[in-house]
Design a protein around this ligand. Structure first.
Ligand code: FAD
Length: 298
């Protein structure tokens, strides 16, 4: 297998057979062949350059929108959280942020700097890189509305600076050059001195009221279809509380699936498929997953 061609020095730095259940907010997922946490963008570029060309690469931030199947991930997983953590103010209104920065940290810093609107990042439990990949948003705010430039890296470890015009950005969807991932971005905000703190507290309270915060989930499982809400369709199909194995549709927010502790990825995926088919039968609407599914079944 070509991973065996990875040099001894790199082999000492990677974790072998790393359980992905340790790195996803659903707490499910089999082992990754190789799990790598870069120390810097340069370190990441060197790793990608030395990784044999036929080894597939999967990126993970905080795993808060990722269902990893029980058979795990073949090839290499690049983990940005805990690394690529630089965030700084470049000018009055501009911010540089690396992919591994938690969204909540970005929100807090923007509030401290008197910049906004960035409060919506405060309740998104992922990395900034994940927010770029998903065009994460909440309460009317959206990641890509603030992007001026991104720094991307290719499978070969080549870096490129790109503008938003090079991406097709939509609701929870970003399509750009293939085989490239985000390492950082420059963001533009408005000057909003003194605002933010109260707004952040208000938004977090609204979340707590309507979402099963603290339980093992991936947030909203499905995107909202045009003009409607996935949660409303799932609720009115009578699916709140519906259970397969250790996974249930949340009784608090119907677009959340909860792992009560013993669910497998297969339970969660079967529940996703069940919800899709019941909603389609009852409402004639095909729900599309927002969560990304990776890896192999057991
Ligand atoms: C309780 C809860 C509430 C949530 N609320 C919201 C919400 O209000 N709004 C919202 O939009 N989302 C929400 N989410 C979903 C999730 O937090 C976001 O989608 C978040 O942006 C994912 O970031 P992550 O670092 O966890 O990405 P991961 O889950 O690790 O990865 C998600 C996808 O992004 C890719 N990816 C990760 N990093 C990079 C990178 N650097 N470059 C390229 N691709 C990359 C991965 O390969 C994967 O395909 C919620 C989740 C939970 C658990």
């Amino acid at each position: 297998m070509s991973l065996a061609q990875l040099s001894g020095d790199w082999m000492k730095r990677v974790r072998r057979d790393e359980p992905m259940s340790k790195h996803t907010s659903w707490h499910v997922g089999g082992p990754a062949d190789v799990y790598f946490e870069p120390q810097s963008i340069e370190d990441l570029a060197a790793f990608l350059k030395s990784l044999p060309a036929d080894v597939p690469v999967t990126w993970i931030g905080l795993g808060s929108n990722l269902l990893v199947r029980d058979g795990g991930i073949r090839g290499a997983v690049i983990a940005t959280s805990g690394a690529l953590g630089r965030v700084e103010r470049l000018s009055q209104t501009r911010v540089y942020c690396e992919a591994g920065v938690p969204c909540a940290r970005l929100a807090r810093l923007c509030i401290k700097w008197g910049l906004g609107p960035a409060e919506f990042f405060g309740g998104i439990p992922g990395t900034f890189g994940g927010a770029l990949a998903m065009n994460a948003g909440a309460f009317g705010g959206e990641t890509w509305r603030h992007v001026v430039e991104v720094d991307a890296i290719s499978r070969e470890g080549k870096r490129a600076t790109r503008t938003p015009a090079e991406y097709t950005v939509g609701y929870r969807s970003v399509v750009g050059p293939p085989n490239e991932w985000f390492v950082a971005a420059r963001l533009e905000f408005e000057k909003r001195p003194g605002a933010g703190d109260d707004e952040l507290r208000r938004l977090l309270a609204r979340r707590k009221e309507s979402q099963p915060i603290g339980e093992w989930s991936c947030g909203s499982v499905f995107t909202n279809p045009a003009g409607d809400h996935a949660a409303r369709l799932i609720d009115s199909a009578g699916l709140k509380g519906f259970t397969i194995g250790g996974a249930s549709v949340s009784t608090k927010h119907a677009n959340f699936i909860i792992n009560h502790g013993a669910a497998s990825a297969a339970d969660i995926e079967a529940l996703i498929v069940h919800v899709q088919s019941v909603v389609e039968r009852m409402h004639g609407v095909r729900l599309e997953p927002e969560v990304r599914i990776a890896g192999a079944p057991r």
